[in-house]
Design a protein around this ligand. Sequence first.
Ligand SMILES: O=C(O)CCC(=O)C(=O)O
Length: 277
Amino acid sequence: MHESSLQDTIAQYRRDGAAVVRGAVGSDSIARMRKAVDGELASPVATATEYVSDGGSGRFYGDFFIWLHNDCFAALMRSPEIAGLAADFMPSNEVYFFYDHLLVKEPDTAEATPLHQDLPYWPLAGEQIISIWIPLDPVSEESGAVSYIAGSHRWGKMFAPQGFAEDSGFSEQYAEMALEPPPDLEEVLETHRQLSWDVEPGDVIVHHPLTLHYAPGNRSSDTRRRAIALRYVGEETRYSDRPGTFIQNPKLRPIAESIALRDGDPLRGELFPRVWP
Ligand SMILES: O=C(O)CCC(=O)C(=O)O
């Protein structure tokens, strides 16, 4: 991307809380990641969650921290083309990896991704935090494109996290935060600008941790929607031991037990490697 158009995109990201960067990831990486994702889907590990309830059509699959057992995910999050974008957008001189999040919606999946902000789920504090959402298939509104509420990252609010499914095991623990629920989606859409992009493999969407976003199910009967969200932090981001964050979910206990950080520490250590420069 030309330096001037990258700067324009960064300015738009700061204003709106989300932006698209076209052609950021090479086709070899996409091909490798498709294979890696299909391998994960064929043999789910203990941290994975199926969000479609028994008997429902399609499949909505989520998993985290896959890089710890999958070298393709580790190579992707370390790749300079992506880590460098995180450095430019946050901005931060140094970039540390927080975690990867696989979100797959197969054709004919009704389950939506609820309206939410990311930061309330996370044991983090600070401004230098960014998600880079990497589609591995062409994505349109019909197949589950993510939509962002423009400017919501500047509302000065933290809304209660939402479980992606009633029985995913996360909902009860999020209640511990006693935050106000997110606004009603229909009302927000009537009164605020919505940002959403049709994307091709190779394009990525960056979003701020306080931007409200959601995604419909995948209504397509033949187009898969495989996507990986990579979460990065900067040199000033701190660990926060607020109660109820996703790291306290029993499924993540083996990972959480390896975190030797105290409230207020910078996010460092083997679990959060430096990936830039
Ligand atoms: O892929 C989706 O459906 C939602 C993505 C999302 O919520 C995120 O990356 O934070």
